[in-house]
Design a protein around this ligand. Structure first.
Ligand SMILES: Cc1cc2nc3c(=O)[nH]c(=O)nc-3n(C[C@H](O)[C@H](O)[C@H](O)COP(=O)(O)OP(=O)(O)OC[C@H]3O[C@@H](n4cnc5c(N)ncnc54)[C@H](O)[C@@H]3O)c2cc1C
Length: 242
């Protein structure tokens, strides 16, 4: 069993090929300051995002960017004036540490008597907040397949489990590349409250069907002759405003 993370050696040894992969660069700091929200916040800048996670009596800030150069507090915190203001004067409580987050799909997640699980078996961008949940669900699926002596069963279950998180990751990264549309989508979601809150326990960024219903409800109540269609097909997204 290969559960050795995104740079998995076991994956390399088994010769399982990567189908698609995209990387983003992350840098994180912990600040000793009372969290102002129990939710994870995602702040969108022009070239970067800032994720704010309440952790006990402090907040963890992660800056993410496609380009390593911009995964930097010094260069990009100024893109988030509200956040910068909240953090001003707060004591740093950790060393700055970097990481890479990947969206990876593989041709297979098992071969002969070897199976991959967690980030070794692919992975979703950190923006989904789904990496750990996915890894744990894959682990349960693998245990069942091993008990049934059928790793093909795991392959199939793995595909099903990855589908939702991969689509959500692709959707969020697509919005990242389309700032005008992102602003409109977020403005609509801002009116639908909890439907688009990220849970701190590693749940999805938002519940797709609940969000779609709530957004449609909001637009209907607002008397806007608009309809928001979020159509996710094979990681292709069509967002139409009518
Ligand atoms: C910036 C960032 C933010 C994230 N935020 C979230 C979030 O908010 N919520 C969430 O759910 N997920 C998040 N994730 C994703 C999450 O961290 C991963 O999905 C999760 O850690 C995957 O777990 P894993 O056990 O598969 O791999 P890992 O956590 O990478 O664990 C693999 C382990 O294998 C060990 N290992 C590797 N090679 C060997 C070897 N040869 N011998 C022995 N041991 C070895 C490593 O040391 C490591 O301990 C984030 C990721 C990043 C980069």
């Amino acid at each position: 069993m290969g559960a050795d993370g995104q740079a998995s050696r076991v994956r390399h040894w088994t010769g399982i090929e990567t189908k698609t992969v995209t990387h983003r660069h992350a840098i994180r700091r912990h600040y000793r300051i009372k969290p102002w929200s129990s939710y994870v916040e995602v702040h969108w800048g022009t070239r970067v995002q800032a994720y704010v996670t309440p952790v006990g009596g402090e907040v963890c800030i992660v800056i993410l960017s496609v380009t390593p150069e911009y995964a930097s507090f010094d260069k990009t915190l100024c893109e988030f004036p509200d956040l910068k203001e909240k953090l001003s004067g707060a004591e740093l409580n950790s060393r700055e540490r970097g990481a890479v987050t990947c969206m990876r799909t593989l041709r297979n997640v098992q071969r002969r008597n070897v199976a991959l699980v967690g980030d070794a078996s692919g992975g979703v961008d950190a923006i989904t907040g789904d990496g750990i949940r996915l890894a744990l669900r894959q682990a349960f699926a693998l245990v069942e397949a091993m008990a049934a002596d059928d790793l093909e069963q795991y392959e199939q279950k793995h595909r099903e489990l990855a589908k939702g998180a991969t689509r959500m990751g692709n959707l969020m990264l697509w919005l990242d590349r389309n700032p005008r549309l992102r602003r409109r989508v977020i403005r609509s979601f801002a009116h639908v409250g909890n439907a688009c809150g990220t849970r701190n326990s590693g749940g999805s960024v938002f519940d797709r069907s609940a969000t779609r219903l709530a957004a449609a409800d909001y637009l209907r109540k607002a008397g806007v002759q608009s309809e928001l269609h979020l159509e996710l097909r094979y990681s292709f997204l069509a967002v139409q405003f009518r």
